[in-house]
Design a protein around this ligand. Structure first.
Ligand code: NDP
Length: 313
């Protein structure tokens, strides 16, 4: 393990020495696997728009907590400016920030961190996935105020989007999952995290968001009735399987967090006349929020979205 960590420190230091020659701001995305990540291209397009010079590298890390912590430590001690965290390290990043620094409310409730940065040498973690989804939905002109939403899937992505959706005005969310007990547990955890937030940070104003009557759960095949928006937050799109959707499930809008391939889920609802979108815009918007946290620069998202959609999707 020691050799592994030393190798990672050396690797990171090489990145930093090379980039420092130009005094650029330095960012990484840490994951395993990481080769497929589009974050470097996306962030370079952001940087061009605000006339900044950045270096943004993909950083592979062995699937090991200590290795992850060593990579993060070496990166920031070497003068790195910000890091994105992707599968499978979002929970590890959350634990690391809880242990050594702090987390934002969205990261606390999600139990996951996708954006790392430092303030006064203190490591901080945020989670921009959920707000990225909300910002994309708004950019599509899909109003969230007072609407009834169903989310299929009860993994990390669902956990991350619950609070931002409720903050944006969603009235009720039903979580449907293959393993029903996980949907129930997710709601229980969300409400507990909400209570600790309210008590520890004196956020009594958030009480209405963590109201159990606004959430319920069921099996996917039992999800029925009329919704304003149905979101697919399962990873089924990676397989040839299909969700067991009931013919009694109706929606005006359907959103799939997956992207980059034809999605049966969207096809199903498009045939019923629903408006549809895949999750590429969510990817762009969560990245933009990270970029804004790190650089304090405001991006013109309308221009960027169309540019990135045509060049990368
Ligand atoms: P997790 O692994 O945490 O959760 C996976 C979920 O998918 C679980 O609810 C699981 O159900 C369900 N699932 C997997 N296979 C099947 C199947 N064959 N049938 C029915 N349900 C199934 O993944 P995440 O929550 O992190 O991610 C979910 C999706 O969202 C992924 O496709 C990911 O790529 C995408 N995503 C997109 C983002 C973007 O920016 N566009 C950001 C984050 C995620 P069970 O509990 O029963 O196992």
């Amino acid at each position: 393990m020691l050799i592994l960590i030393l190798n990672h420190r050396q690797l990171m230091i090489n990145h930093l020495i090379n980039d420092r020659k130009d005094m650029v701001k330095r960012f990484i995305v840490i994951g395993n696997p990481i080769k497929h990540s589009k974050s470097p291209q996306i962030h370079q397009v952001f940087a061009q728009q605000v006339d900044m010079k950045i270096a943004y590298h993909r950083q592979f890390c062995p699937n090991d907590k200590e290795a992850f912590m060593a990579v993060v430590d070496a990166f920031f001690h070497g003068g790195g400016n910000g890091a994105n965290v992707t599968v499978p390290f979002k929970q590890t990043a959350y634990e690391m920030c809880r242990q050594l620094g702090g987390v934002t409310e969205h990261a606390h409730v999600a139990g996951a961190v996708n954006t790392l940065y430092q303030q006064a040498d203190i490591l901080l973690g945020d989670n921009t996935d959920g707000q990225g989804l909300v910002n994309h939905l708004m950019s599509l002109g899909w109003s969230l105020d007072g609407i009834k939403v169903a989310i299929i899937g009860a993994g990390g992505a669902t956990r991350g989007v619950l609070l931002p959706l409720l903050e944006a005005g969603v009235r009720h969310i039903t979580i449907a999952n293959r393993t029903v007990a996980k949907a129930e547990q997710l709601i229980t955890d969300f409400l507990i995290q909400g209570q600790t937030l309210i008590e520890n940070r004196h956020r009594e104003d958030l009480q209405a968001l963590f109201d159990s009557s606004r959430l319920d759960f069921c099996a996917i095949s039992e999800l029925e009735g009329q919704f304003d928006l149905v979101i697919n937050a399962t990873s089924i799109g990676l397989t040839d399987e299909q969700l067991p959707l009931s013919s009694g499930l109706k929606t005006g809008k359907a959103y799939d967090m997956m992207y980059g391939k034809p999605l049966m889920f969207l096809h199903h609802f498009a045939q019923q006349g629903a408006e549809t979108s895949d999750g590429f815009g969510m990817l762009i918007h969560q990245a933009a929020l990270s970029f804004q946290i790190w650089t304090n620069k405001t991006l013109d998202m309308a221009t960027l979205e169309s540019e990135l959609l045509s060049s990368l999707s």
